[in-house]
Ligand binder design. Structure first.
Ligand code: ADP
Ligand code: ASP
Ligand code: MG
Length: 435
């Protein structure tokens, strides 16, 4: 008998009919002899709707109240799903994040899980019942307040419970058949990836592939939880996320450079895109030691996580330079305010804010040992007539910034240039609004 944690995303439980359909899948897994723990997201776009509602009430709502509001979404779906499962003759009980023992720090809106003490979930399993847990939420023990784990956080709840319970597998059920070489909503010819390492999935998720939340992948890697990403709308096998690049290297290969002998190792695992960042440019910064340090100290203190940074060569005649960086769009206003406060101290000339940017990232562990990847990427973007505004790289990723309205074309061009297009028909998107 296996212990399975199944997570169903919002688009899988968007309405009453879908809730009943998911209940059937849960019943099948239980009747097949497994112990089943389910994590469920809020129905459809409920979380976005609640955010919109709050914005109509208050421009800057207290974070504590915001979290109490948002956790309501998952409480609705967990109770309905438990009712639907009971209707099928399978005993099921729903639990909020706090009841399930998901303990977090106090960072409302982006709380980190610090421990999982799933006593009630264990007792439920021991009674032969299905435990249905509200995703995306926990409790901050110090204040005894509910917290949320950041967007997409139900994935993290599922992985954390799977680790805490020692589950055999954590299945992430969503509205596409697995992790693809690009978002199927943008690239219909995207190909399903059968297996991907934690390392590559981390880069994909960090670069905007929202099929898995970044923290969930980090957690899975740390605790060695294998993930199976698949569709709740089909029976097709999905994508296995597990292992490291080293595991793919054939131990029986003749000696020499083992990386050369990686079996079936694709050069590129995928192309991710991200529309959620903005760019700030500080113009006319005096080109002398300490200025960049001061600018980024101030931005960091405003709570922004900086992604890419570009500093232009200073014009010798003026002794001044421009510094641009990207950050999450939502962090823009506070970062700008913080920079305005030090305008005289730093002596820069101007601040520009641009939220019409898009980021494309090419990810693949194989690119470590292959020259010419950047040249091919830049060539593809050039041939599509798209301008590159910023570039950054890591060992297994190259990212570029373009205009937001060119991003989809850039993703398709790069996907084709690396031979990732599938010949066997279009990738299916079963549901969801892509919001
Ligand atoms: P859920 O509601 O199940 O949590 P999400 O909307 O969070 O679903 O994630 C699934 C979506 O992720 C897909 O519908 C797809 O549009 C998007 N996505 C982005 N990049 C990828 C990718 N590389 N492979 C598959 N899906 C992707
Ligand atoms: N409902 C939350 C969100 O929309 C959590 C999740 O779906 O994973 O971000
Ligand atoms: Mg999700």
């Amino acid at each position: 008998m296996a212990l399975v944690v199944q997570k169903y995303g919002g688009s899988s439980v968007a309405d009453a009919k879908s809730v009943k359909r998911v209940a059937k899948r849960i019943a099948e897994a239980k009747r097949a002899g497994n112990d089943v723990v389910v994590v469920v997201s809020a129905m459809g776009d409920t979380t976005d709707d609640l955010l919109d509602l709050a914005a109509q009430i208050s421009p800057l709502p207290p974070k504590r109240e915001m979290d109490i509001l948002l956790t309501a979404g998952e409480r609705i779906s967990m109770a309905l799903l438990a009712m639907a499962t009971n209707n099928l003759g399978i005993k099921a009980k729903s639990f909020t994040g706090p009841q399930a023992g998901v303990l977090t720090d106090a960072a409302y809106g982006k709380a980190r899980i610090v421990d999982v003490v799933p006593h009630r979930i264990r007792t439920t399993i021991e009674k032969g019942q299905v435990a249905i847990v509200a995703g995306f939420q926990g409790v901050n023990r110090k204040e005894d307040d509910v917290t949320t784990l950041g967007r997409g956080g139900s994935d993290t709840t599922a992985v954390a419970l799977a680790a805490g319970l020692g589950a055999d597998v954590c299945e992430i059920f969503t509205d596409v058949d697995g992790v693809f070489t690009a978002d199927p909503r943008i690239v219909p010819t995207a190909r399903k990836i059968h297996r991907v390492t934690y390392e590559e999935m981390l880069e994909l998720a960090a670069s905007g592939a929202k099929v898995l939340a970044l923290r969930a992948v980090e957690y899975a890697r740390r605790y060695g939880v294998p993930l199976h990403v698949r569709s709740s709308f089909s029976g097709a096998p999905g994508t296995l996320v597990s292992g490291t690049y080293g595991d793919l290297i054939d131990p029986n290969a003749p000696d020499g450079d083992k990386e050369e002998d990686v079996m079936e190792d694709p050069l590129i695992s995928g192309v991710a895109h991200d529309r959620s960042e903005a760019k700030i440019t500080v113009t006319g910064v005096p080109d002398k030691p300490g200025m960049a340090a001061r600018i980024f100290e101030v931005v960091a203190a405003s709570g922004a996580n900086i992604d890419m940074i570009v500093q232009n060569v200073s014009a010798a005649s003026t002794g001044r330079t421009d510094i641009s960086f990207t950050l999450p769009e939502g962090s823009g206003p506070s970062a700008l305010a913080a920079l305005r406060d030090v305008k005289d101290e730093v002596g820069y000339e101007n601040l520009e804010f641009d939220d019409q940017i898009g980021k494309l990232s090419l990810v693949g562990a194989g690119m470590k040992s292959h020259p010419g990847v950047s040249a091919r990427l830049f060539g593809a973007v050039r041939d599509a007539g798209i301008n590159i505004e910023m570039i950054s790289t890591s060992e297994i990723r190259i990212s570029i910034v373009t205009r937001a309205d060119s991003l989809d074309d850039a993703v398709r061009a790069v996907h084709t240039a690396f031979g990732l297009d599938s010949a066997d028909g279009e990738a299916v998107v079963y549901a969801g609004t892509g919001r």
